[in-house]
Design a protein around this ligand. Structure first.
Ligand code: FMN
Length: 383
């Protein structure tokens, strides 16, 4: 497949014959297409980006112990997440402001997720409203809504109720962002949302001017926006409050320790996403694949555990599942897919991961997800 999308930086149509075979091919292409503001925002991590790099590198420290002669002529990659079918265990994670990558933004992403029969998690900070995304993905598109808790509790409540009314099947509360970390690329670029875009879930209620460009101000506009509006006083009682507002399952995203996993279960969440926000928050935390096992062990099967961060190939998915993840989410690769060719680009990203995962299962002697066991993986320190 060749890229023929709209160039996000210039708004021009481009038709290039750039072939893509793996997820890093999309990243290379996206880098040539996105302007500095968008590329910097999407690709960067916090501070020295130690965790950003480690998320990918950590996967390489786990090696596979495949079994042979298992009749893998038929392999089933389907699974269920919170009781809903997905055609393979890779879902689309929440990434903000997708219309900087392609004019169709979140609409393209939700259609791609529906076509590939997987789940899309929509960011609170989408550049298309949650209702429009629901309309475009339709009844059959499985959607979860990612929630940031604002100081303004009425506004937060309203988001939850709107998501529930619009057919989202879970509320995912992000707990690792009481404030946005220092992201050097955004500070240097004085990151701002392009003037033709806005955070579409907040049409009337929020002062958005702080997010668009004001050349008189230093640093990233997002840092200012979150400092002004997000609730840094949030505690586990906030999770109880959200659970009281909605009949939907509530998950927490951003857990990295057994202690917090136990606390999450105690507060009645139905799922945990092991995540470090793609290395964009506290720099120097564990890579998510390294944190996964302790969380899985701590919850003792009481709730589903997912992970995101650094998943870039089928063997990464296999390793995460062997270590107890129910499914994984991908963040940046979806943005690169959008930049490559909108909906088709995102579909292609998901297809490549699905096909690589299926091949990795066959080569490991696994015919279905239940056969992916912890014994499939060994950490290099134990070899
Ligand atoms: C550009 C960008 C925007 C993001 N926006 C959000 C967001 O709005 N809410 C959220 O909970 N996480 C957000 N994340 C974090 C992702 O949900 C996810 O944890 C992370 O991207 C996974 O790592 P990966 O990019 O290596 O796949 C964002 C990540 C990126 C790269």
């Amino acid at each position: 497949m060749a890229a023929a999308g709209r160039c996000a930086g210039s708004g021009q149509s481009v038709a290039r014959s750039v072939a893509v075979f793996c997820l890093s091919d999309f990243e290379k292409y996206a880098r040539t297409q996105l302007n500095g503001n968008a590329w910097g925002y999407y690709s960067s991590g916090a501070d020295q980006e130690l965790t950003l790099k480690d998320n990918e590198e950590a996967f390489r420290r786990y090696r596979l112990r495949p079994r042979m002669l298992k009749d893998v002529s038929k392999v089933d990659v389907k699974t269920r997440i919170l009781g809903q079918d997905v055609s393979f265990p890779v879902c689309v994670g929440a990434t903000a402001m997708q219309r900087m990558a392609h004019t169709d933004g979140e609409i393209a992403t939700c259609r791609a997720a529906r076509k590939m029969e997987t789940c899309m998690m929509l960011s609170s900070w989408s550049t298309t409203s949650l209702e429009e995304v629901a309309g475009a993905s339709g009844e059959s598109g499985l959607r979860w809504f990612q929630l940031y808790i604002y100081r303004d509790r009425d506004l937060t409540r309203n988001l939850v109720l709107r998501a529930e009314r619009s057919g989202y099947k879970a509320i995912v509360v992000t707990v690792d962002a009481p404030v946005v970390a220092k992201r050097l690329a955004d500070a240097r670029n004085r990151f701002s949302l392009p003037p033709h875009l806005h955070l579409a879930n907040f049409d009337t209620q929020l002062p958005q001017s702080s997010l668009t460009s004001d050349s008189a101000l230093e640093g990233s506009s997002l840092e200012r926006y979150t400092r002004d509006l997000l609730d840094a006083s949030l505690t586990w009682e906030g999770i109880d409050w959200i659970r009281g507002l909605t009949g939907l399952p509530v998950l927490v995203k951003g857990i990295l320790t057994a202690e917090d996993a136990v606390e999450a279960v105690r507060h009645g969440v139905q799922g945990i996403i092991v995540s470090n926000h793609g290395g964009r928050q506290l720099d120097g935390v564990l890579a998510t694949i390294d944190a996964l096992s302790e969380v899985v062990k701590a919850v003792e099967g009481q709730v589903e555990v997912y992970m995101d961060g650094g998943v870039r190939q089928g063997t990464d998915v296999l390793k995460a599942l062997a270590m107890g993840a129910r499914a994984v989410f991908i963040g940046r690769p979806v943005l690169w897919g959008l930049a490559y060719n909108g909906q088709e680009g995102v579909e292609r990203v998901l297809q490549i991961l699905r096909d690589e995962f299926k091949t990795a299962m066959m080569l490991s002697g696994c015919r279905n997800l239940a056969e992916i066991q912890p014994s499939l993986v060994v950490h290099q320190s134990k070899i």
